[in-house]
Design a protein around this ligand. Sequence first.
Ligand SMILES: Cc1cc2nc3c(=O)[nH]c(=O)nc-3n(C[C@H](O)[C@H](O)[C@H](O)COP(=O)(O)OP(=O)(O)OC[C@H]3O[C@@H](n4cnc5c(N)ncnc54)[C@H](O)[C@@H]3O)c2cc1C
Length: 564
Amino acid sequence: MAGKGNYFDAIVIGSGISGGWAAKELCEKGLKTLVLERGRSVEHKKDYPTMLSNPWEMPRRNRISLADKLENPVVNRCYAYQEDTKHFFVKDKEHPYQQEKPFDWIRGYQVGGKSLIWARQTQRWSKYDFEAPGRDGFAVDWPIRYDDIAPWYSYVERFVGISGNYDGVETLPDGEFLPAWEMNCVEKVIRERILEAYNDRYVMIGRCAHLTQPAEHHLKMGRGQCMARNQCYRGCPFGAYFSSNSATLPAAAATGNLTLRPDAVVHSIIYDDTKEKVTGVRVVDAETKEVIEYFAKVVFLNASALNSNLILLNSTSNRFPNGLGNDSGLLGKYVAFHNYRGNVSASFEGYEDKYYFGRRPTAVMMPNFRNVHKQETDFLRGYMSFYTAGRGGWGSFKDLPFGPDFKEKNSEPGPWHVFMMMQGETIPKENNHVRLSANDVDAWGVPQLVISIDYDDNDEKVIKDFLAQGSEMLETAGCKNINAYDTQQAPGLDIHEMGGVRMGRDPKISLLNGWNQMHHCKNVFVTDGACMTSTGSQNPSITYMALTARAVDYAVKGLKKGDF
Ligand SMILES: Cc1cc2nc3c(=O)[nH]c(=O)nc-3n(C[C@H](O)[C@H](O)[C@H](O)COP(=O)(O)OP(=O)(O)OC[C@H]3O[C@@H](n4cnc5c(N)ncnc54)[C@H](O)[C@@H]3O)c2cc1C
């Protein structure tokens, strides 16, 4: 069905972190914009049913039932999937995919996407990250460098509200920061001892998308100060952490240019062989299964990395029989992710007269220190490390009989524990890929995605190095009972999948140019994780936001000049 109301200047597919940004920027630049979202409507505050619930109000004290665990083994492996958050996560059976190799695909299908359930850690890439593939000879050279994106990082950081400290470290450039969170006393001691012992490492407080001191423009939008409740995954009634629902979508709506269409499952993008361009998007209504077509001059694809691959692979025409823009045959290939397998835990003696305030929504972090200036190890690239120190023991004396003794013992915090984890870069490879199932479709007639992604020897070496270095650093810092372990978790659980529609200069070996524009289909832009040429070791979403704002600026200028 293609009615009169189905024509827009721009269409954005997906309303999550990157789609929200595309919508805001397109609307603010005056384009009548349709956002197509496969999931249900979620309105800020109104649709956060557990945002103010107390622990005792949740069934099973917030623990997931055994039946749910058995029914949904994949999503149950995600630490943030609990009774109070589960309505924002995709259930395994409702949206099947095929794991050629184990891959935990964690998704949030609703207005706002995973922006409601992300952990909000935000670090800029450095110049070394953009130079890495070209310098070290893997994947393909990025068509942009740090200086191309730096002003756009600043632009999005000011709007989002990022808390952080000005550390002046080249490997993790500073941004536009609100006041930083504070390290606690044990984290500070560990930091000092690591800095003393290693001259190639830096330790800093995490940077995250929380309003520690809202600016005027945040307050005007109804966003307020973070209360350090750490109930973020339920949706924040204060709008204190950044989500599409609290920030970008309201900004887009305020222009009067936004049409938001939930329950609209994008089946494919329509390429007109005669006009030699994309004219619109084909949608299946999630409820009625009616097929509807919407038309626009430009399409932004922001369905999240693997879903954007799926939609392009499913968008075939005479000109593009193997998927939209896929002359290179590389669509769906060179997918990568972050390696989270290394953990180190320890104890720390003393400081038992000290405590800390609130539930800080970030950790202490250390930028990658491996292979930064040149190749130095027997593996490519490296990892960021994060650690926290906290006091255990609250409520751990469960077996005492009720009475004053029970109360006293359980109201004292226990000794200090330290936890460290890695976030490793992985190397994009042709065989780590996604493709469409030849036989199986989902409930909306869209082919299921086959995911074929695995770790390699490089990842094993990176894990070994982190476990050795992490243990050594914590020992040097005075920790005891150090336990380094490999979680063996499958790819996907990092929830940082990237690539498949990579950027590059040469159309023969990449899908997108330096503006996230399809080489062979100029009115389509892909600005979510699918565009990533390599993964870096930073949390990725702030980079998707910056790339999106930059791409919209370019697209709108191009549209005005009549380029496409
Ligand atoms: C528990 C958790 C912790 C995380 N922590 C961090 C972190 O600390 N820092 C960080 O940088 N990142 C983090 N992430 C990852 C972050 O959430 C993603 O990188 C980010 O949301 C990606 O943005 P996106 O716009 O590409 O996708 P999403 O936010 O997932 O949005 C995609 C949207 O597209 C919609 N969609 C999909 N297919 C279709 C279709 N066919 N038709 C119409 N709509 C469609 C989806 O329903 C969804 O709303 C975390 C994620 C989770 C779940």
